[in-house]
Ligand binder design. Structure first.
Ligand SMILES: Nc1ncnc2c1ncn2[C@@H]1O[C@H](COP(=O)(O)OP(=O)(O)OP(=O)(O)O)[C@@H](O)[C@H]1O
Length: 244
């Protein structure tokens, strides 16, 4: 579904990404891990055309997407969330969800207001924020704001969903619920997921495959089991206590 081919990104003298290549299969959950500054967010920015890679190309469903703009990317079915949960703080939960629907309105203008309203309610139900539909987003807890951000992204009806550290700042219970929600997004909606995450328990429990970055380079790729046993990864990132 997604092919990342030899992408590099330079910022002045700094090599933030260095010749990174990997693929993501339809229906998979792929984890991207690595130390701070390894290039994970830069990789997301290059995939979603937030900015272009300095070298290399990205293909989505066989089509080259490098060079398109983020709106075109969303219309093709690729959606992301950002590192610090982004919701519209002064809008209600319901209004937040409807902001994500602009893409569908453009792609399929035949949808009626009623159909869109019904869809918005289904999404609120799915991500578990229905009971707060009239609550102003800034009054939600972090866990619910993240659910809402996921709901906004789902309202664009993605095929591939990229999440940048969704469990950041969450307590263990919130993280557990998030993992459950992401599994449902894959199984019930059939959405393919790429996830940047520092919470190793969440990553190892959720992902089919993991790509490890260090100083912009891919240093390993494999199943959670393979990654946890990889000496290079343990040295660079996981540390011995992570495996205890
Ligand atoms: N817009 C930018 N301009 C200059 N340097 C940048 C820019 N974006 C990222 N960098 C640099 O590129 C490197 C990779 O950063 P990036 O944010 O992609 O890492 P990361 O793995 O996502 O880190 P973290 O886990 O801390 O979010 C870092 O050295 C960072 O300072």
């Amino acid at each position: 579904m997604l092919e990342v081919k030899g992408i590099s990104r330079f910022f002045k003298g700094l090599v933030a990404l260095d010749d990174v290549t990997f693929t993501v299969k339809q229906g998979d959950i792929l984890g991207i891990i690595g130390p701070n500054g390894a290039g994970k967010s830069t990789l997301f920015n290059c995939i979603t055309c937030f900015f272009p890679p300095s070298k290399g190309e990205v293909y989505f469903e066989g089509k080259k997407i490098t060079g398109l703009n983020p709106f075109q990317i969303t219309e093709l079915g690729l959606t992301r969330t950002f590192q610090h949960t982004q919701v519209f703080p002064k809008l209600s939960v319901y209004e937040n969800i409807t902001t994500g629907q602009y893409v569908m309105k453009r792609k399929d203008p035949s949808r009626t207001k009623r159909q869109l309203e019904q869809k918005a309610h289904e999404i609120m139900e799915f991500v578990g924020v229905s009971e707060y539909k009239d609550t102003t987003a800034e009054n939600l807890s972090l866990g619910y704001q993240t659910r809402l951000a996921i709901g906004i992204a789902l309202a664009t009806e993605p095929k591939l969903f990229l999440l940048d550290e969704p469990a950041a700042g969450m307590n263990p219970e919130e993280t557990k619920q998030l993992v459950h929600l992401l599994r449902e997004i894959r199984t019930k909606l059939g959405v393919t997921i790429i996830l940047i995450e520092h919470d190793m328990k969440a990553v190892m429990g959720l992902c089919d495959k993991i790509v490890v970055l260090e100083y912009g380079k891919k240093i390993a790729e494999g199943t959670p089991q393979e990654i946890q046993e990889n000496p290079r990864v343990i040295e660079a990132y996981l540390g011995s206590e992570a495996l205890a």
